[in-house]
Design a protein around this ligand. Structure first.
Ligand code: ADP
Ligand code: MG
Length: 560
């Protein structure tokens, strides 16, 4: 083995840069965040060949004074923190003093800048550990940074990059999402000599939403209600998709914590818990949440690219977000319900073969263009015996078995998901279960199909198992594995094993008889049952609902 020796400064710089500058988008992120920290009203990003060739960021912020320029490109040099205790109350996007130095470690960097009071600008060129002398240069107010030949000295990194267009897509996606939190700033993006998009500064957040989510998806966004959102020491604002509008993945569940665009598994859980039964089974709501917390409650210093934060009072934040989402949805549902316009559903028309004629007519309105034909509105009247939902369609009375109905909805989504093998919903806290011999044999036999159905389960010691994820859409409800296995080892009610396993999976993931439901939960349940392919029966074949027509009622009162 060779002797141990200290690494040279250039290598150290490249290693440190490796953590921050992964790809062209990381350069754009560091530079744009600096521009926003400098109070810019306009930020222009100019990219060539996906950013590998050249990235320029121009802002009209407060600029850098000539004597500060050499420091700006030095590692661990920042104007945003002075003493270690400041780390506990970071209010800017940057604070590590590593952005510019890291870019310089893997690219050629030119910084041109002028402060408002200076007559001339000045510039410095930095590459690796070396920086040129500061020279005077003509410059408008603000800062103009050019980074060229990204990763020229780190061929491994360069090879790892995707095509120029894929790298550009990442830049564009990141910048447009980031812009959501800064509607008063004009952002412009150019690629290979052409304007790609401009987001003019606006007082109307909805304009930004439309650019990021698309017009149609943005029109389904409802504002998170302020009253519900008030929490201990901070606040959550945002926009969430209304029930029925959703996506196949979570990518558009955007989160800003104190202005930083982040990913957070905690908040993904809060979305799921907040939507609970409002989310279409197996689908994900979308939208954007802005969490504003006291800086000392946020530790952004856990990840070099600051893409994940640690929150103090984790549980309170989770709970506040969950409550804000569910209160907003409840009020939204009530408003929709009482509005005279009649709601329309944008699902495929339900198939209703085999249902009695009077029931068919109940669903007949759903056929045709779902956006044009208003569906029969079912009004939930009450819950009976904590087991049945009493509803009316204006003509007849409807009794819905809450468990059977939920089972049917879950079953259809599980079957659909198994077909496309889409992911399940991770549990915040895994469930550990101990089984007896008979049960564990039954589980071993069923485990593959269970996984296809969205249950993630692993062995965790002898006859002990750990459930990590449940079929999507039921994250808020604990899965009853014991009951499920008793089902499998008991009398078979369904011939096909596959169907039997999925039916049992559905059965033990959902609402049970004896569970109190509130009106909005019952309404969601009934609405979703209406769009099932087979709404009339649970997967075990029991009826999900019975209807008393005006004639039936007339006969009871001896009118007919
Ligand atoms: P950090 O943002 O963590 O402070 P950077 O290396 O990104 O570290 O920037 C170093 C310093 O250079 C900043 O603290 C700031 O004073 C200055 N700076 C960088 N970019 C700009 C800009 N666009 N406008 C004004 N000042 C800037
Ligand atoms: Mg910075």
């Amino acid at each position: 083995m060779p002797d141990i020796h200290l690494l040279d400064a250039v290598t150290i710089g490249q290693i440190a840069a490796g953590e921050i500058i992964e790809r062209p988008q990381s350069v754009v992120k560091e530079l744009v965040e600096n521009a926003v920290d400098a109070g810019a009203a306009r930020v222009t990003v100019i990219v060539e060949r996906g950013g590998v060739e050249r990235i320029e960021v121009i802002d009209d912020g407060e600029g850098i004074a000539p004597d500060q320029l050499p420091l700006a490109v030095r590692r661990h040099a920042t104007s945003k923190l002075s003493i270690a205790s400041d780390l506990e109350s970071v209010a800017t996007l940057g604070f590590r003093g590593e952005g510019l130095a890291s870019i310089a470690a893997v690219a050629n960097v030119q910084v041109l800048s002028r402060t408002p009071e200076a007559e001339f600008g000045s510039k410095v060129i930095a590459h690796g550990e070396r920086a040129s002398a500061v020279e005077p240069a003509a410059s408008p107010r603000g800062t103009h940074i050019v980074a060229t030949e990204l990763f020229a000295n780190v061929p491994v990194r360069r090879e790892y990059l995707k095509s120029a267009s894929a790298e550009f897509t990442r830049i564009s996606a990141w910048l447009s999402m980031f812009a959501l939190a800064y509607p008063h700033v004009t952002f412009t993006l150019r690629h290979d000599g052409a304007d790609v998009w401009v987001m003019p500064s606006t007082g109307d957040e909805r304009e930004r939403l439309a650019m990021v989510f698309g017009r149609e998806a943005a029109s389904a966004l409802i504002p998170l209600e302020d009253d519900a959102a008030r929490m201990l020491d901070g606040r959550v604002r945002g926009f969430i998709s209304s029930p029925g509008s959703d996506r196949g993945d979570r990518r558009m569940q955007l989160l800003f914590v104190n202005g930083r665009l982040l990913r957070s598994t905690l908040m993904a859980g809060a979305w799921t818990a907040g939507y609970s039964t409002f989310a279409m089974v197996g689908r994900h709501p979308y939208g954007v949440l802005f969490l504003d917390l006291p800086p000392e409650h946020v530790d952004p210093n856990v990840h070099p690219t600051k893409s994940d934060v640690r929150l103090r009072f984790n549980n309170q934040v989770f709970d506040a977000v969950r409550r804000a989402i569910s209160a907003t949805l409840r009020n939204h549902a009530t408003a929709r319900f009482t509005s005279a316009t009649g709601s329309t559903v944008s699902f495929a028309p339900p198939g209703i073969e085999g249902a009695p004629a009077h029931v068919q007519s109940l669903f007949a309105d759903g056929v045709g263009d779902p956006d044009e034909v208003p569906r029969h509105r079912l009004r939930v009247l009450s819950q009976l015996h904590r087991t049945y939902i009493l509803a009316s369609d204006g003509d007849g009375l409807l009794l819905v078995d809450q468990h059977a109905a939920h089972e049917r909805i879950a079953y259809e989504s599980i079957v659909e998901r198994a077909r496309e093998a889409a992911p399940s919903e991770p549990l915040l806290v895994p469930i550990v279960v101990e089984l007896d011999g008979v049960q564990s044999v039954a589980l071993e036999r069923a485990v593959e199909l269970l996984r296809e159905g969205g249950l993630e389960i692993e062995e965790f010691g002898e006859r002990t198992y750990r459930i990590l994820a449940t079929p999507a859409g039921y994250g808020a409800r604990p899965f009853d594995l014991q009951g499920f296995l008793d089902d499998l080892t008991g009398e078979p009610r369904i011939r096909d094993v596959r169907e039997r396993i999925w039916a049992s999976l559905a059965c033990h993931s959902v609402t049970t008889a004896g569970e109190t439901l509130d009106t909005s939960e019952m309404t969601t349940l009934v609405e979703r049952l209406q769009v099932c392919a087979n709404p009339m029966h649970c997967p075990h074949g029991r009826p999900t609902m019975v209807r008393l027509s005006p004639d039936d009622i007339g006969r009871m009162f001896k009118r007919i």
